[in-house]
Design a protein around this ligand. Structure first.
Ligand SMILES: *[C@@H]1O[C@H](CO)[C@@H](O)[C@H](O)[C@H]1NC(C)=O
Length: 234
């Protein structure tokens, strides 16, 4: 954590770096401006990728859960929800997963892509949906813009309020490899952390109307810290 802050001061300027384990990002309303920029630990191109996060929303319209763009490739890796479907993109190619009807509850979503085979996996609340294949043999460039809350239609911008996220997002982790099913379970229970983006030492930058708020929920996998546990139990 100290190292993280030092690095931050020297390299990142105003960018925050924080252990977010007790917190969530709250996106209070639709907009074409509110978003959070996430910075990976190291800048590198990606042949394999896994992204996991938790979300909580009342939206019934289409919304963007996760958007990663590279210059000229706005949908380098993207997860969109358009009930009853989740649409995942790798390098502009989209594949649609039809998912179970959603309860109004926190939802844990993981998306993976493996360049060698092109195989894409979508996991929702620990359930793997039938796999798809896209963009076999391609590579996601190292100049990446990773954004929560908006769908990028250009590198770092081109937002549309009609696709903005409204609600809460937490536990965002990202890897430069494809997780095994056991590792996905470990992410859900909170002991497997990202090696590319790590919620427990997160470099982020808030733009517009997004709040950092305490996590106000507590189930076995959700109680990351003892302070949260004590305040809710006690
Ligand atoms: C990506 O994953 C495959 C396994 O499917 C592995 O063979 C390959 O080395 C990985 N590539 C990178 C760059 O990690």
């Amino acid at each position: 954590m100290k190292l993280c802050i030092l690095l931050l001061l020297f390299i990142m300027g105003t960018l925050s770096c924080e252990d977010m384990s007790d917190k969530v990002f709250l996106f209070p309303g639709p907009s074409a401006t509110a978003h959070v920029i996430l910075k990976p630990e190291i800048k590198k191109s990606l042949k394999n990728i896994t992204i996991c996060l938790r979300s909580y929303t009342e939206l019934t319209r289409e919304y963007c859960l996760f958007s990663m763009a590279t210059p000229g490739v706005d949908n380098a890796f993207l997860i969109l929800t358009k009930s009853p479907n989740v649409i995942m993109y790798a390098l502009q190619e989209d594949r649609t997963f039809r998912i179970d009807p959603e309860a109004l509850a926190w939802k844990h979503t993981c998306g993976t892509w493996d360049s060698n085979t092109g195989v894409m996996q979508l996991w929702v609340n620990g359930k793997l949906y039938p796999r798809k294949v896209a963009k076999k043999g391609s590579i996601i460039g190292d100049e990446a813009s990773i954004i929560l809350g908006q769908d990028q239609d250009t590198f770092g911008g081109g937002f549309d309020a009609g696709q903005s996220f409204v609600g809460e997002i937490g536990d965002v982790h990202m890897w430069d490899y494809t997780l095994t099913p056991d590792e996905i379970k470990g992410v859900m229970s909170g002991h497997v952390k990202g090696n590319h983006i790590n919620w427990n030492s997160l470099y982020y930058d808030i733009k517009g109307n997004v709040l950092v708020q305490p996590k106000l929920y507590c189930k076995s996998w959700e109680c990351a810290s003892s302070t949260v546990k004590e305040s809710i139990v006690g």
